[in-house]
Design a protein around this ligand. Structure first.
Ligand code: CU
Length: 275
């Protein structure tokens, strides 16, 4: 059922639909980072942080107990003083970006990928009628750029999407460049990141290595990424990809469709279950 229909069905209680299909997102507090550290949620969703010093550090014998907490960078919420076992939850209703940190190991405003800091993006789309779900897992493309495409995988338990973009360089390699397999100008890019509602916000990675059936040279990926990709789905068969590749200073927008429609019914039934 669509959100707006639920809101209509509730008549006068239109202030309540936020809770109708609110989701709960889990963040595990580790030493010394938040996992995941970058969530995208919808207004009304709740985030639960959990820390257990014993569970966190005892794989190789228990080290001295490490204390952590979670505190909003603007001090609007806090789990209390750093401690060794706790759960804290907070519901977010205002669209915007909420930054938080652990007081024992960081300070407000630091890079979430380098310090014990985290980010929650509360999207401004309560009226979204489509929810990303694993029924989208498939090969996608744009008919006008046939031969280039996207393989999409949704991981609902961790709220993440993974995407592989197989494409070609804009210039063909010189004639004397030979390839054992296929076309020497072939390129792979990958992207991964959180999703909420109809939108996934991914970090783009340029992966190197992965030579045909060989262990050398080893694959390498710069984990800080090389840009961003956003996928906005209008339904189970259509999406818009926008990308920005930082090192090349290029950006663009690609409307994509599924290559085959076999999984559309599955996607539709999953989207309805979430709503
Ligand atoms: Cu900490």
């Amino acid at each position: 059922m669509k959100r707006e229909l639920i809101a209509a069905a509730f008549g006068l209680f239109v202030s309540l639909p936020l809770a109708v299909n609110a989701e709960t997102h889990q963040v595990t507090v580790r030493s010394s980072f938040f996992s995941p550290n970058d969530l995208v949620i919808l207004p009304g969703d709740t985030v639960v942080w959990t820390y257990s010093a014993v569970q966190d550090g005892c794989e190789y014998g228990c080290p001295p107990v490490v204390l952590h907490n979670v505190k909003a960078d603007d001090f609007s919420f806090s789990s209390g003083p750093p401690a060794e076992d706790w759960t804290y939850q907070q519901t977010f209703v205002q669209p915007g970006i909420v930054l938080y940190h652990c007081e024992a190991h960081s300070v407000p405003g630091r890079d979430i990928n380098s310090f014990m800091n985290g980010r929650i993006t509360v999207q401004n789309d309560v009226d979204s009628v489509f929810r990303i779900n694993p029924g989208l897992n498939d090969a996608w493309f744009n008919q006008a750029t046939n031969g280039q495409g996207f393989l999409i995988t949704v991981f609902p338990d961790i709220g993440q999407m993974f995407l592989a973009w197989f494409t070609y360089d804009t210039e063909r390699p010189p004639e004397d460049v030979t390839a054992l397999v296929g076309e020497p100008g072939h390129r792979w890019l990958t992207a991964q990141g959180p999703y909420a509602g109809d939108t996934a916000s991914l970090t783009l990675f340029v992966t190197e290595g992965g030579v045909f059936d060989a262990s050398e040279p080893p694959a390498s990926t710069d984990l800080s990424g090389d840009g961003t990709m956003t996928l906005e789905f209008s339904d189970c068969a259509n999406a818009i990809v926008t990308y920005e590749i930082t090192s090349l200073d290029v950006a663009g927008e690609i409307p994509i469709q599924r290559i085959t429609l076999d999984n559309v019914p599955l996607c539709q039934s999953l989207a309805e279950q979430i709503e």
